[in-house]
Design a protein around this ligand. Structure first.
Ligand SMILES: *Cc1c(COP(=O)(O)O)cnc(C)c1O
Length: 395
């Protein structure tokens, strides 16, 4: 019985074109991937600045392993909080210009800590419909009412905030939407947070390191003030090239997360070598204007190169450039055909994106060359009719 249901589930996923499959890489994260003995140009990773495999980070990890060992041995609140973790938190807070920062093992866990720690039953969360899954899960874990507003619809949101009788209110949004690449209207959301006495939690997974002066992120990009009601979450596995995340803001909010954030307390602190790598990564991010300028150049190159295509790129100013195809089978077939041409672009399907908007999520990195982007443009422009003769099967 239990097995029958799983089998039916697999069959349904397969029919809907939703079965996920992993590919094993035989080379480090970079635009030149190696899979099953084949060399591919990859447009998949969130390593926007090309730091994941940077020699300075590798050296930092080697040194830190000698000095600090590998494991942290316990939760941060027991005995797992080592000097590199503490230093990292100080440097992160200074970098984003907030009173204090708390370092988490992953962005998923950071998001799971915030809303459930700050809210109770009589409270309400106002969340953009296109928020990342971790924010949706966090809202479900919090006992508060969960109100999802249509993507970026400020009128709708204003109306609901005005009518809400909730005791505490929290607005929850991605800064850069992870599957669309567009920016949330953060200045307007902040204004609403002030007007309705709410917290504004901004998930800057895709803005940190990329946007704003020195890559300080989306809040800096919009020049928002370091208001106590603004809570910033940033992840460190994307542009920062390592792993982990932080929450930064008012020192009382951060202290409360340390006291009450279950996904902070009930987990082993990540390795001190990760924190050491991140300290180096922060320096490279701050000094990374050349990388950001190159990334910007690639974004323009891709957008201009695809202007004539029948499929539309979503209007995204960021490294996330989604080409919306529509149905799952066509999107998958397209991704497979690109793969056969040694171009690796992930197909993103529901439930990650709304039904009928399956897409190729092209992500660019400062590590790409203009030639690599040209290679992708050439194949996409050469008329991808989904005819097997145009695109020979995997050689
Ligand atoms: C990737 C991502 C996360 C999760 O961060 P991890 O460090 O990968 O767990 C959270 N929010 C958004 C918007 C993301 O894109």
């Amino acid at each position: 019985m239990i097995w029958d249901e799983l089998e039916t589930g697999f069959a349904q996923l397969a029919t809907a074109g939703l079965l996920r499959r992993r590919r094993t890489l035989d080379a480090p994260c970079s635009p030149e991937a190696e899979v099953d003995g084949r060399r591919l140009i990859a447009f998949c990773s969130n390593d926007y600045l090309g730091l994941a495999n940077h020699p300075a980070l590798i050296a930092a990890v080697q040194e830190a392993a000698e000095r600090w060992g590998v494991g942290s041995g316990a939760s941060h609140v027991v005995s797992g909080h080592l000097r590199p973790h503490a230093e990292l938190e100080e440097r992160l807070a200074a970098f984003v210009g907030r009173e204090r920062a708390l370092y988490f093992t992953t962005g998923y866990m950071a998001n799971l800590a915030i809303a459930p720690a700050l809210l109770e039953r009589r409270d309400a969360i106002f969340a953009d419909r296109l928020n990342h899954a971790s924010l949706i899960d966090a809202a479900q874990l919090a006992r508060a009412e969960h109100i999802r507003y249509p993507h970026g619809d400020l009128d709708w949101l204003t109306d609901r905030l005005a009518r809400s009788r909730a005791r505490r209110k929290l607005i929850l949004t991605d800064a850069v939407f992870s599957m669309d690449g567009d920016l949330a209207p953060l200045p307007e959301l902040f204004e609403l947070a002030e007007r309705f006495d709410a917290w504004l939690v901004v998930d800057d997974a895709h803005g940190f390191g990329v946007l704003g002066p020195q890559g300080r992120g989306s809040l800096a990009h919009f020049q928002l003030p370091a208001s106590p009601r603004l809570i910033l979450m940033g992840t460190l596995g994307k542009a920062a090239g390592v792993s982990g995340a932080f929450v930064a803001g008012d020192r009382r909010v951060i202290e409360w997360l340390m006291q009450r954030g279950r996904s902070y307390i009930f987990t082993t602190a990540s390795s001190p070598v990760i924190a050491a790598a991140l300290l180096t990564s922060l320096e490279l991010i701050a000094a990374g204007d050349d990388r950001r300028a190159h990334l910007q150049k690639l974004i323009t190159q891709l957008q201009e190169g695809l202007e004539e295509l029948s499929w539309q790129l979503l209007p995204s100013p960021t490294a996330i450039q989604p080409l919306v195809i529509g149905d799952n089978p066509t999107t998958l077939a397209l991704a497979e055909r690109l793969f056969a041409r040694s171009l690796w672009v992930p197909a993103i399907r529901p439930p990650t994106v709304p039904t009928g908007t399956a897409r190729l999520r092209i992500s660019l990195s400062a590590a790409h060359t203009t030639d690599q982007v040209d290679a992708l443009l050439t194949v996409l422009r050469s008329g991808i009719d989904l005819d097997a003769q145009t695109f020979p099967a995997n050689p």
